[in-house]
Write a protein that binds this ligand. Structure first.
Ligand SMILES: Nc1nc2c(ncn2[C@@H]2O[C@H](COP(=O)(O)OP(=O)(O)OP(=O)(O)O)[C@@H](O)[C@H]2O)c(=O)[nH]1
Ligand SMILES: [Mg+2]
Length: 253
């Protein structure tokens, strides 16, 4: 199968080269599939683009998509997912941060579950063996843990990490049916994750959570903010209302 690791970047010059090298090293153990990397950059100004261009000369399976401007994480992923499916004809894609907070060694583990028949594999911080950075402040730990729990309870999901950024999606019958369109997705920012997870579950995807250790950010600047927490709760509430409308026979929003 063709598998594309989609890596969004915005000013990640201290990390993106290392991320690409480390992913390429992991691909060597994934010899039953054809793996590649698609970097979706929000028009970085710090030299990230030069590094990715160099890497795409070094490795033939590295591609770069440049957005006109930074439009939010959700939009970067949507652009990457559509390109991976329609142009690269990928069979599965992986969402992977460009700041080295995801461990490249988890990529073969995600792919193994695809081989085991799962359609949506989530790198989970909230199953036994999973971890969030110990350096996170108490407020961030609480927001992340309870945010995930809130989403789970409100939307009746079975999964424990509902805001994880590391996941694999099978295209056929699943990702190809997602609302991957700026006008349909409920958030152009981080909360797109909750919308897509909900839709995947609604499509009947076989979902598996595997434990991951979310690493500490060691360079560059975080782009997530408290606005994203509020946005995540908003998206969960909109999805809940849609569900209620459906159950009571109204028109689905
Ligand atoms: N193209 C693009 N990439 C983005 C955008 N926002 C974030 N990214 C990238 O997406 C990845 C995840 O964003 P982060 O800011 O690290 O978010 P986070 O990991 O939840 O937050 P931290 O733990 O504070 O790092 C990083 O590689 C960012 O460079 C965006 O609007 N456009
Ligand atoms: Mg990060």
């Amino acid at each position: 199968m063709k598998i594309t690791v989609i890596v969004p970047t915005y000013n990640e010059k201290s990390k993106i080269g290392l991320v690409i090298d480390a992913l390429e090293k992991e691909f060597r153990s994934v010899n039953n599939h054809q793996a590649g990397i698609l970097v979706v950059d929000g028009n970085s100004s710090d030299g990230t683009l030069d590094i990715v261009r160099e890497k795409s000369k070094e490795y033939s399976n590295v591609e770069l998509l440049i957005e006109k401007e930074k439009r939010g994480l959700g939009m970067a992923y949507i652009e990457g997912m559509n390109y991976a499916m329609n142009v690269l004809k990928t069979d599965a894609f992986i969402e992977f941060d460009g700041d080295f907070q995801h461990d490249p060694a988890d990529v073969p583990r995600l792919i193994r579950e695809l081989d085991n028949g799962y359609d949506y594999v989530i790198g989970s911080r909230y199953v036994p063996g999973g971890k969030i950075p110990s350096a996170w402040g108490l407020h961030r730990k609480i927001l992340s843990r309870f945010g995930s729990l809130f989403v789970k309870i409100l939307l009746g999901l079975k999964t424990n990490d509902n805001t994880s950024g590391l996941k694999l999606s099978r295209v056929k019958n699943f990702a190809e049916k997602l609302p991957l369109d700026g006008n349909k997705i409920l958030s152009k920012r981080y909360a797109y994750k909750v919308h897509l997870l909900y839709e995947m579950a609604a499509l009947g995807a076989k979902i598996k959570e595997i434990p991951i250790v979310f690493l500490e950010r060691e360079g560059g600047v975080s782009k997530s903010s408290v606005k994203d927490v509020i946005d995540t709760l908003r998206v969960a509430c909109v999805l809940f209302l849609r569900k209620i409308k459906r159950v009571f026979g109204g028109n689905a929003a």
